[in-house]
Design a protein around this ligand. Structure first.
Ligand SMILES: Cc1cc2nc3c(=O)[nH]c(=O)nc-3n(C[C@H](O)[C@H](O)[C@H](O)COP(=O)(O)OP(=O)(O)OC[C@H]3O[C@@H](n4cnc5c(N)ncnc54)[C@H](O)[C@@H]3O)c2cc1C
Length: 62
């Protein structure tokens, strides 16, 4: 799955290749996802998620 998170208009996110973010689900379940877009795209974060059948990928695919 391809997930694109757009940042608020006044915010920019600077990151380096290889960095990842942690997403915390309700109940405190925490999953790491690697940034899949270019660091030059400061307005959004793109994530590529494979469906492993666990709680996070099941939640996103619903
Ligand atoms: C630094 C880091 C970066 C990550 N980046 C990504 C990413 O860009 N995209 C992405 O889809 N996932 C990534 N993951 C894995 C991610 O954190 C989750 O584990 C994944 O999204 C599945 O979550 P889930 O809750 O659906 O399943 P989980 O409960 O996490 O896992 C379900 C089953 O799938 C297995 N599994 C989980 N992840 C993998 C994997 N990568 N390879 C093989 N088996 C696996 C687990 O061992 C378990 O048996 C990353 C993990 C780390 C530590």
């Amino acid at each position: 799955m391809r997930i694109r998170l757009r940042l608020p208009a006044t915010q920019r996110l600077k990151f380096l290749p290889g960095q990842y973010i942690n997403i915390v689900m309700p109940g405190g379940i925490r999953r790491s996802l690697s940034m899949a877009n270019s660091p030059e795209d400061e307005e959004l974060v793109e994530l590529h998620l494979r469906n492993y059948g666990g709680p996070f990928s099941t939640h996103v695919s619903m």
